[in-house]
Design a protein around this ligand. Sequence first.
Ligand code: GRF
Length: 191
Amino acid sequence: MKKRIAIFASGSGSNAQKIMEHFKYADAAEVALVLSNNPEAYVLQRADNFEIPTHVFDRHDCYNTDELVNILKRLEIDLIVLAGFLWLVPENLLQHFPNKIINIHPSLLPKFGGKGMYGDRVHQAVLAANEEEHGITIHFVNERFDEGEIIHQSKFRIEPGDTLEKIKFKGQQLEHLHYPKVIENLIKKYN
Ligand code: GRF
């Protein structure tokens, strides 16, 4: 039986795109659902293009009901993948999916993580701190932003004169390359 992945995303979903492409013809797993807190998120269009079902939820559904847990259990989801999901994962999801929720963050955690550290703010902070290297982190999710156990990191050197756009692009290339493979390696270990 193929393992079943649910992707949570709030925005464009370029990582979700790479994951959906990777698993479209994979034997190990499939993307069974894409969820978003943002009805305008482009990731929903991307999911439609792959004919993958979507679900949009609001703050109340997320934090005050078991709706998400019920949907994910009903669809027999094995792994939850956050790909640009900006809200804290609710307690009931963490309880029902222990060590089965992962996230990607555009810095070398624990540096440049935590509440409010997302998007361009991360790269601005990296440049302001005159870092010599930068990169990405894939990690398990816990009840705090960007703090779960690290599964994978990839890095690159920051060259003199590198702009925000440049380091952001390099990071995105690494995300797109590694996230699908790391997911596949992880899911192959599940019984
Ligand atoms: C990525 O940089 C990821 O590290 C962070 O959010 C961004 C999502 O980008 N968590 P996209 O929507 O996948 O293009």
